[in-house]
Write a protein that binds this ligand. Structure first.
Ligand SMILES: NC(=O)c1ccc[n+]([C@@H]2O[C@H](COP(=O)([O-])OP(=O)(O)OC[C@H]3O[C@@H](n4cnc5c(N)ncnc54)[C@H](O)[C@@H]3O)[C@@H](O)[C@H]2O)c1
Ligand SMILES: CC(C)CCC[C@@H](C)[C@H]1CC[C@H]2[C@@H]3[C@H](O)C=C4C[C@@H](O)CC[C@]4(C)[C@H]3CC[C@]12C
Length: 342
């Protein structure tokens, strides 16, 4: 999207632990595309990649709420990695930093209190215990506190954090998992979450566009945007996590069984706890990381939706992809998977 939408762009550097063949397709245009294989936990690698950059969009992170990696690793990547990016900007003189934070910096909190169509100023007790939201909250705090620090050359660093809710769209691994689970169950998924629990979702293309826009506007609107947080939002409807997924999985042949959860909540709590025990017992042999665990169950059962226009007011953000386009593009992606699954 940067290559298509950013006329000022002269060079695009992509720094990632895992570089894919898709990067080669980006190298066909007039903009220099530099792929750098590196680890954000290694400060010297980050500094080498950042040196000379006008703006850094820091979106690398370990998104793990399934117990696949240790709390230490999550902290190392998400917190120390972010610290390394900030220090690289300061040491090499890069003045503009955009950070991909997350809704989880706010909630849902460990008390299961709903956040119903709130905004960036809505009072809410952000209390976390799980390593992932803790790491995102700490990383965001580091980014916002770094706003105004002097970088090499003496000018101030300008930082901004974007908080997507649940991102969906092409490449969504969890959607892929649900789809394959439905195929294994004869085209059916069984409702586990009450339809009344709303969960915020946002299309990946609109999240990407907000990043591109902030990277462009941060210099011209530094006084207004510097040190600010913005929820990433679009016109995706408010629905439960499962009902929202069915917007894409339904047209691909799956059916959600049950108008209310088929299992009582206490049984889901028990099964989630059993999954934690099984994960611990099996760890020496294999990685057992199912979707259902105490954290994902609590999260899925707690309303968390946003209703805000702060990004529009501050830098003219309008989601380029309508709900209909976002839905169609995601369905096409699942159908392409369907072709590969058959
Ligand atoms: N998926 C969501 O619903 C969601 C919602 C809100 C915020 N976010 C945030 O968006 C960002 C991107 O997440 P995603 O959902 O696209 O996940 P993803 O796993 O698809 O992308 C993460 C990227 O970071 C890279 N990475 C991981 N560890 C690294 C390391 N040590 N050094 C360098 N690169 C490393 C991975 O290779 C991957 O390309 C993350 O910061 C995440 O916290 C995601
Ligand atoms: C087995 C069921 C009870 C639960 C199945 C759904 C569960 C896997 C889903 C529900 C909510 C999802 C999270 C939510 O969309 C927001 C985020 C924040 C983002 O930064 C990373 C992804 C994450 C944690 C989603 C993960 C999958 C969750 C928990």
């Amino acid at each position: 999207m940067l290559l298509q939408q950013e006329p000022q762009l002269r060079e695009l550097r992509i720094f990632d632990l895992h570089l894919g063949p898709w990067l080669e397709e980006l190298k066909t245009g007039p903009v220099q595309v530099t792929a750098i294989q590196g680890d954000v936990t290694q400060a010297h690698e980050v500094a080498a990649a950042v040196a000379g950059a006008h703006v850094v969009i820091h979106t690398a992170g370990l998104v793990d709420v399934f117990g696949k990696t240790s709390p230490e690793t999550i902290h190392e990547v998400n917190v120390q990695g972010t610290r390394n990016v900030i220090e690289a900007c300061v040491q090499t003189g890069t003045r503009f930093l955009v950070y991909t934070s997350s809704m989880e910096v706010v909630g849902p909190n460990i008390k299961g209190q709903p956040f119903y169509r709130g905004n960036e100023n809505t009072p809410y007790e952000a209390v976390h215990r799980h390593p992932y939201p803790c790491s995102k909250a700490l990383a965001e705090q580091l980014v916002l506190e770094a706003n105004g620090r002097k970088v090499l050359g003496g000018l101030p660093l300008v930082t901004c954090a974007l908080r997507p809710t649940g991102i969906y769209g092409e490449g969504h691994q969890i959607m892929r998992d649900f789809y394959h689970q439905g195929l294994r169950l004869g085209g059916r998924l069984f409702r586990a979450i009450p339809a009344s629990v709303e969960h915020g979702r946002v299309y990946v293309g609109n999240v990407a566009w907000m990043h591109v826009l902030v990277a462009r506007e941060l210099e011209h609107r530094a006084a207004l945007m510097g040190g600010q947080v913005y929820f990433c939002y679009d016109n995706s409807p408010y629905k439960s996590y499962e009902d929202f997924n069915m917007e894409f999985l339904g047209p691909c042949g799956l059916r959600l069984v049950g108008t209310r959860p088929l299992l009582p909540y206490w049984l889901l709590v028990f099964l989630a706890a059993l999954n934690v025990l099984l994960q611990w017992l099996l760890r020496p042999l294999l990685l057992y990381a199912p979707l259902l665990n105490p954290y994902t169950l609590a999260m899925a059962n707690t309303t968390f939706t946003v209703s805000t226009d702060k990004a529009r007011r501050h830098f003219g953000y309008e989601p380029p992809f309508s709900w209909e386009e976002s839905r169609t593009r995601t369905i096409r992606w699942v159908q392409a998977m369907e072709g590969s699954a058959q």
